[in-house]
Structure formats: C-alpha cells, structure tokens
Design a protein around this ligand. Sequence first.
Ligand code: UDP
Length: 248
Amino acid sequence: MKRVKIMGVFFHSVTLEQACMKIKQFLLDRGNHVVVTPNTEIVMMAQKDSELRKIINQSHLAVADGIGVVWASKHLGQPLPERVAGFDLMDYILRQGKDKGYRIYLLGGKPGVAEKAAKNIHSRYPGIQVVGCHHGYFSKEEEQQVIDDINLRKPQFLFVAMGAPKQEKWIFKHKDELEVKVSMGVGGSLDVLSGEVKRAPKTFRNLGLEWLYRLVTQPSRIVRMMALPVFVLKVLITNKNRERVNNR
Ligand code: UDP
C-alpha cells in the first residue's frame, strides 16, 4: 500500500472501500492488526509526542480521518484519495460483517455507554455479535482483568473508544497480549452509537464541516481545535519551502 507522509506522520493512500478490504485481509492473517484514524489534531499531537508518532507510523493501517489531512496531502503534492472517518470505517465494517457474523468487543466510554451501543448495534446491524463490553475508566490494577475478559470472549474486532491518544497508546502497549485480529481506536463513536451524542448531519459531513458541528455542539473542544489553524499554517509553510527548493 502506498503511504503519504504529512508532517512526519504516514497515511495509507486508500479509499473507504479499500481500507475495508485491507481489514478483511487482516482477518485471515495471523496476529493483531492495529488500525488508526488520525485527524489534524492527532497529527499536531504527534509533532510533540514521538511515542504517538511511532505508533501511527508502525500501525498496519492509518487512514485520514479529516478533510484537513486530505487537503494537506493535496497541497503537498501527494493527494490522498478521500477522507476515511473512523466512524464511517467502523460502520462499513459492521455493515459488511452482518452476514458473516463478525464478533466484536466494545471497550470505552462512560459506564453503560458500550452496553447501550451494543444494543443499538444488534438492532442496526443484525448478525453482528457484540461478544463483550467494558467502560473506558478502569485503573492500572484492573487492566489485566480487562485484557483477560477480551481474550476470553474471542472477538475478531476490538473497538477502543477512550479518546486519542489514550486509545492508540493502550492498544499499542497491549497489542501482543490481545488475542484479536483487528484493534482500532474509535474515539467518540460509542457515544454516537449509544445515542448519547449526535453525529453531524450529512450536509455538514459532505461539506467537510463535521468539525464545525462538533465545535458548536461541544464548545469545550475549542482548545483542541486550535490545533487546526496551526496545522494549516504549517502545511502552507512546508509547501512554500518545497516550491522554493524545486525552483532552485
Ligand atoms: N473516554 C474513556 N476513558 C477515558 C477518557 C475518555 O473511555 O479515560 C471516552 C469518553 O467517555 C468518550 C471518548 O473516550 O466516549 C472520547 O471521545 P472524543 O469524542 O473526545 O474522542 P476523540 O475526538 O479524542 O477521538
């Protein structure tokens, strides 16, 4: 798979459908495969957090979750084909897995959220088996118990919704202990699937304005979103420097 580098962070150049096909292949291979879905905020986090950068760059699949990343890839002359939002990838997997009876485990969210999401998944994607759930507020001492529970229930997919970069770090730290085929960080997706939080309407998503909807409905995200203008500026500066070198 071709990879595109944006500010030191590597993305696989895939569409949503190609990402899903890759994931299907992971199910046939041995071992646990790590899937990450960085957006601009995460790319900015990865500038200062070398552990996070290493995790993304070593993942089996890294897709661009955000119009900002796709814009940057075009601006830097290596266009990614499209935005592949974590939520859409999870939805695609669940839709595809209905008749195959995929076994999934939901880890994360406040107590009760994963269970509510499981109920909705069972009715929205009949055939999918949610084999286990656990909230995302466990202590270090409880960690082994959580891993044992996941392994006991034998899911193929582990969806971890503990926010970035916590979920990516947790998955990476335990990837060899987790007896699953695919581990993927899904941020606030369980909040959406449980009905606790509404996703941006389709018009916002199609216009690449999901971030604006989230900002208006969750104003506390403003601090995190300040990373976006800095990201845009950095891309523009990098591009200017690139042009200067090319013109020499
Ligand atoms: N969360 C969790 N454990 C923690 C911190 C957060 O399970 O220690 C959950 C939180 O309840 C929420 C999700 O992680 O459901 C974070 O959602 P957010 O929309 O912030 O995700 P991001 O934008 O970081 O992907």
